[in-house]
Ligand binder design. Structure first.
Ligand code: PMP
Length: 298
């Protein structure tokens, strides 16, 4: 399909506009204070993977920040579907951002209620490239976790993540694992972190204010359950990860991505692990089966 000939279209506050003209006001509180939340979902075969869970997490983020819901779930699902349709995305991602709205710059919430700003952007992805990356595996570096105490809320305040991921790029790594004061890995700059123990048990940090509860993380937990693989919810150190049988990350953009080096040192034999690879293969089947009754058709 000649996707490159179709101009990109994004959604801004009720309008579908050419991507190059898509803009919010300079006094949008998302721009001024990072007073905004977002979701990023995988698009596969033209539909959104695990939409219900993404919208549930979005609702929670909005509630935690006391930003009002801009529209009904049904209307929002239609907007997401329409942006995907107008951009002819079969494989890629859909990004949704909701800010508290536009108001004269002042830290407390606007006294007169303002409408939240809603932005939706679709992106084409390269499935072959991502699958090739999973076959090769990726490198991660570790960095101190400098973020605030409520990273369970999916806000656009991502400066520590930006700096950590830039450091990863400069070290020829794909991800930065963030490490708390006690030496335990919290999560990646834009992913959740996992290891596999010598006994073949999956280990990932439990939900809490110090990690984002990844939708892919939960899908991988469902997949593990289906395959009879044990999951232990506990924190692990960089040292334990370096000695682990396997390591991997999960996110909507990478699904399950094997980690083959940590700070330049090989994990196990330096090749993607069998469990990570198996989970990657089985993931969508499990998620799709679970969503059959609840998926909003798009
Ligand atoms: N942690 C952080 C900090 C992230 O930015 C992301 C990706 N949005 C994740 C974890 C993974 O979440 P999900 O599986 O919902 O993409």
């Amino acid at each position: 399909m000649p996707t490159h000939r179709i101009g990109r279209v994004s959604y801004v506050n009720g309008r579908y506009v050419p991507h190059s003209d898509a803009a919010v006001h300079i006094e949008d509180r998302g721009y001024q204070f990072a007073d905004a939340i977002y979701e990023a979902c995988e698009v596969r075969n033209g539909s959104i993977v695990d939409l219900t869970r993404h919208l549930d997490r979005m609702d929670r983020s909005l509630r935690e920040l006391r930003i009002s819901e801009p529209m009904s779930r049904k209307a929002l699902a239609l907007v997401l579907a329409e942006v995907i349709r107008r951009n002819r995305v079969r494989y890629g991602s859909i990004y949704l951002q909701i800010s508290r709205g536009v108001a004269r710059r002042d830290h407390p919430f606007p006294t007169r209620p303002v409408a939240p700003s809603v932005v939706v952007v679709a992106k084409h992805g390269d499935q072959k490239k991502n699958d090739a990356m999973a076959v090769a595996g990726i490198g991660v570096i570790t960095m101190p976790d400098l973020r605030w105490g409520r990273v369970d809320i999916k806000t656009v305040g991502l400066l520590p993540n930006v700096l950590a991921k830039q450091a990863a790029r400069e070290a020829n790594a794909r991800e930065a694992w963030l490490v708390d004061d006690a030496g335990f890995v919290t999560e990646g700059g834009s992913s959740n972190a996992w290891i596999v123990t010598a006994d073949g048990v999956l280990v990932t940090r439990p939900e809490g204010p110090d990690i984002l509860s990844g939708i892919t993380r939960r899908g991988v937990m469902d997949t593990a359950e289906k395959l009879g693989i044990r999951v232990e919810l506990r924190a692990f150190t960089v040292e334990e990860a370096s000695q682990a049988r396997e390591a991997f990350i999960t996110s909507a953009s990478s699904i399950v991505m094997p980690v083959v080096t940590i700070n330049g040192k090989s994990v196990a034999n330096g090749h993607p692990g069998t469990l990570a690879t198996h989970l990657r293969e089985q993931f969508h089947g499990v998620v799709e089966a679970r969503n059959l009754s609840t998926r909003i058709p798009i």
